[in-house]
Design a protein around this ligand. Structure first.
Ligand SMILES: C[S@@+](CC[C@H](N)C(=O)[O-])C[C@H]1O[C@@H](n2cnc3c(N)ncnc32)[C@H](O)[C@@H]1O
Length: 401
């Protein structure tokens, strides 16, 4: 055990975490039969696809998939993404948000870890600061904005494989429940927590943020990083966050939204939003206005609304997706920058094409790489034109009464 983990565990409130996660599991047993069936099916599917060993990462993990299950996962995900943006196509994607997002993260998690690490979000990048430092700082900033303190009981909504939760737990000595609907990511997050000696301070549990299994007024603070954009309707997820937050508790979020410059009726704008949707497993990108209204309609008092992408930073948030070497701040970032840049993605996709043909890479790997490519194109275009931000910061309070 490292000295870092020893000091973290001093602050662990393991019994509170146990109580919350077992109460949630109990509540889940009483769920509607259809929801239970969906969860059981998703869990079995993930086990079949990824196997038991979640310690492998990146390309090594990608190559050890069950090939038939991988093929099914890719087609499950891509079935709603036919290039259409009419009402009917959108409604299908919104109705299938849970299964579709689950499939999306089944097929992209290893790609994300390969390219980005274990925190699946953008950051502000400062001169002289490397990628990992920037990622951690972006997480610390949100924890600071939420006012997370030593010993707080915190919910991480849409926690990925737990990169931000581990960083925030170390930074603040809080205790965290991570909520996620992807079974593979939950296993990975619990694996990493144990690996880094933080398992007494956090639990990662299965659930749908549109219908959480937690009791009312459970958490001191709630945060979400680039996750609630997967909701079919923002008021649904924000109302659930409001319900499980204690009165006076704070919710802080980095939200993905289309900015006020975005015009849904402008074809070029809609194409950018569609590329982001298809490549990131998002049923529908909502506007800033919709997000702010959804927070207020859920009962929150908005303390702060700030688009951090507008801060006029010398290095743009989307730089890792470009091929602009001039933005790279540290030699240690060469690998990350190369893998995420246009050229690196081009090489990876073509490498996968060959490996998929000869049966080494699982079928569908190139389709996944292509849809991630659409995401990168949409994100950079949206960022450059100021139509999209991945860091609309909202800090909100649940009123005392
Ligand atoms: C872009 S990732 C961000 C992960 C994490 N916040 C981070 O920054 O590393 C979005 C996360 O939201 C989760 N998610 C999407 N839809 C969800 C839902 N309906 N309920 C719970 N989690 C969900 C995904 O499984 C994924 O872990």
């Amino acid at each position: 055990m490292t000295s870092e983990s020893t000091s973290a565990n001093k602050f662990a409130n393991t019994s509170a975490l146990e109580n919350i996660s077992s109460a949630a599991a109990k509540k889940a047993e009483g769920l509607d039969e259809n929801v239970q069936n969906l969860r059981n099916r998703q869990n079995k599917f993930a086990e079949n696809l990824h196997g038991d060993d979640v310690s492998k990462t990146g390309i090594r993990a990608l190559f050890s998939k069950n090939k038939e299950a991988q093929k099914a996962a890719v087609s499950k995900y891509l079935k709603h993404w036919d290039g259409l943006t009419d009402k009917e196509a959108e409604e299908k994607r919104l109705a299938d948000y849970n299964e579709s997002t689950h499939s999306y993260y089944n097929v992209v998690t290893d790609f994300y870890e390969y390219g980005w690490g274990t925190s699946f979000h953008f950051s502000r990048y400062y001169p002289g600061e490397n990628f990992q430092q920037a990622t951690a700082r972006h997480e610390h900033y949100l924890a600071h904005q939420a006012g997370i303190e030593n010993g707080d009981l915190v919910l991480d909504v849409g926690c990925g494989v737990g990169g931000p939760a581990r960083e925030i737990a170390r930074f603040t000595n809080c205790n965290i429940i991570g909520l996620n609907n992807n079974d593979y990511q939950i296993k990975k997050a619990n694996h990493y927590a144990a690996k880094f000696g933080l398992d007494a301070q956090m639990r990662f549990v299965k659930g749908d943020f549109m219908n959480m299994d937690f009791e009312d007024n459970t958490f001191d603070k709630v945060y979400a990083i680039e996750a609630t954009c997967h909701a079919p309707e923002l008021k649904g997820v924000y109302s659930e966050i409001f319900r499980v937050l204690k009165p006076n508790g704070v919710f802080a979020v980095y939200e993905w939204v289309m900015t006020d410059k975005y015009d849904e009726n402008n074809e070029a704008h809609r194409k950018i939003a569609y590329d982001i949707e298809v490549g990131d497993g998002i049923p529908k990108m909502f506007s800033r206005e919709v997000a702010a209204k959804a927070l207020i309609d859920s009962g929150f008092e908005i303390l702060k609304e700030e688009d951090l992408a507008k801060a006029d930073d010398p290095i743009p948030w989307y730089y890792p997706l470009t091929g602009d070497w001039k933005y790279m701040q540290s030699i240690s970032d060469i690998g990350t920058f190369f893998r995420t840049s246009f050229v690196g993605r081009f090489i990876t996709t073509n490498f996968l094409r060959v490996l998929e043909k000869v049966g080494v890479a699982p079928p569908g790997s190139v389709d996944v790489a292509n849809s991630l490519e659409s995401a990168a194109v949409g994100l950079v275009a949206g960022g450059k034109e100021g139509l999209f931000t991945p860091m609309m910061l909202y800090v909100c309070r649940k009123p005392a009464n």
